[in-house]
Design a protein. Sequence first.
Lengths: 71, 146
Amino acid sequence: MNVLAMILDGAKVVMTLMPITLEAAIKLKALFAKSGTNYTVEIREMQDQAVADANSTEALIAAWKKEHGYV
Amino acid sequence: MRTRKQVALVAMVALLAATLACTPQDAAFQVNRTVAAISTANLAMASSVIQLNGLGKIDNDLTNQILNYNRDVATTVKASVVILQSGKQWNVIAPQVLALLRSVQLPPNVATFVKQPAVDVGVQALVAVIQTVELLIKQSMVEVQK
């Protein structure tokens, strides 16, 4: 594989993964910015986010497994 | 051999964990926060694996095993939240959440994959995310035992 092909391949991967990691980084930043001053509300928000992300993860996995015959 | 980016990411997470450990908030708040962080990182991990599989960087069988781990983590997160919302005393909740977190294990093939040196930038990023999820789980176990 020549250098240009390698760079293009790397760029394709980075461009694909960048939005995913960026979104995760923004969510994590917001999560760790929570101060605990509005204790009950903040805990509730964190729990809601945890469940929402877990549900999204399960949906992604189920769709991939179905598409690739792993069900 | 780890790349500089991986080392930087692991160092960042370790710093984050150390900051968390020093923050004067109670254990319940910290555990809720680390559980939410696990869930977010786990979603990013599953998305990355699927994208890399689509690009032909990771084969179907390894992708399936990594996704099985992601599913276990997602199940653990949801079960932990149910316990955390139960309204019971912290000394009752903590051992239950700890047992759940301890039950999540990286499948042997995936553990081997994580230890292997990766040339591809996407695979390196994925390995860093897997290590982040593992670190956050370990950090949650530390928090829940406080």
